[in-house]
Design a protein around this ligand. Structure first.
Ligand code: FES
Length: 277
């Protein structure tokens, strides 16, 4: 009697069996989120980055095989967005905002200093693989300009000196503490897995809206200003019946109480646990 042949998955990728099985499980979960599985391509590209550290040849083939599309179609998407890397990324992406406000507040000077200090240019990685330096676009943190992002965690109100000190710590493997939000910085691969839709539990850490962000709200309250209610028929933007969650509720980051010692931008005289008002 001969044994039944065991069906092996056919793949052109060079992933080992364990990695391929893990990727397949996660990609299947991603595809199940969408009415059309092909809509899962963007998070799937983050998923392969979480394994390879960039969108590799194997990552492209894997996505194409899972979705039943061509490698050329996957490549067309992967090369369109700057968050998808076509060469191995550093452990940390250090992104210097050089959009208008950050640039005039010193962002260009920070980038130039970091580039000189690290010996790399835009989208280049230090020889030790620690840092990929980037110019990045506005991070909606203009009230803390100039801003530097490390794997998309905020480092507000930077200077060339503070930014180079930050980079040196990253290279030495020392802990760094973001100014707002999460209390620590994870690796590029860990961050990519979160962007693929597998939370690490840190998304709601800390304060998103610090004192500069809330200044307008405070003035509005002092003067009794309120926003008009959205009508049931929809407002000018077509957001029918939608209202913002009240401040301080789970749906709103405004005025959330600081949770960690890193929530420094809430106000220098505030301590974690105190009202951020
Ligand atoms: S211009 Fe830098 S965060 Fe907006």
């Amino acid at each position: 009697m001969t044994a039944e042949p065991v069906e092996q998955p056919t793949t052109k990728t060079r992933y080992d069996a364990e990695t391929l099985a893990s990727l397949t499980t996660d990609a299947t979960a991603i595809m199940a989120r969408y009415p059309d599985p092909r809509s899962g391509l963007l998070p799937m590209l983050h998923l392969v980055q979480s394994v390879d550290g960039y969108v590799s040849r194997d990552g492209i083939l894997f996505c194409a095989e899972m979705l039943g599309i061509t490698a050329a179609e996957v490549s067309a998407v992967a090369t369109f967005y700057t968050q998808y890397k076509r060469h191995p990324n550093g452990t940390y992406t250090v992104g210097v905002c050089t959009n208008t406000l950050c640039a005039v507040m010193g962002g260009d000077a920070i980038f130039d200093e970091l580039s000189e200090h690290l010996g790399v240019g835009h989208d280049e990685t230090t020889p030790d693989g620690a840092i990929t330096l980037e110019r990045v676009e506005c991070n909606a943190a203009c009230d803390y300009a100039p801003v530097v992002m490390v794997n998309w965690e905020f480092f507000d109100n930077q200077t060339p000196e503070s930014a180079t000190a930050l980079a040196d710590k990253l290279i030495l493997g020392e802990d760094v503490v973001p100014t707002r939000g999460a209390a620590s910085v994870c690796s590029f691969k860990q961050m990519s897995r979160v962007l693929a839709g597998f939370p690490d539990g840190r998304a709601d850490e800390g304060v998103g809206a610090g004192a500069p962000t809330l200044a307008g709200l405070q003035i509005a309250r002092e003067r009794g200003w309120t926003a008009p209610e959205a009508s049931a028929a929809g407002d000018a933007d077509g957001a029918a019946g939608q209202t913002s969650p009240p401040v301080g509720t789970p749906g709103s980051s405004a005025e959330r109480k600081p949770a960690t010692a890193s929530d420094a931008s809430v106000g220098k005289d505030k301590k974690p646990g105190e009202d951020a008002k």
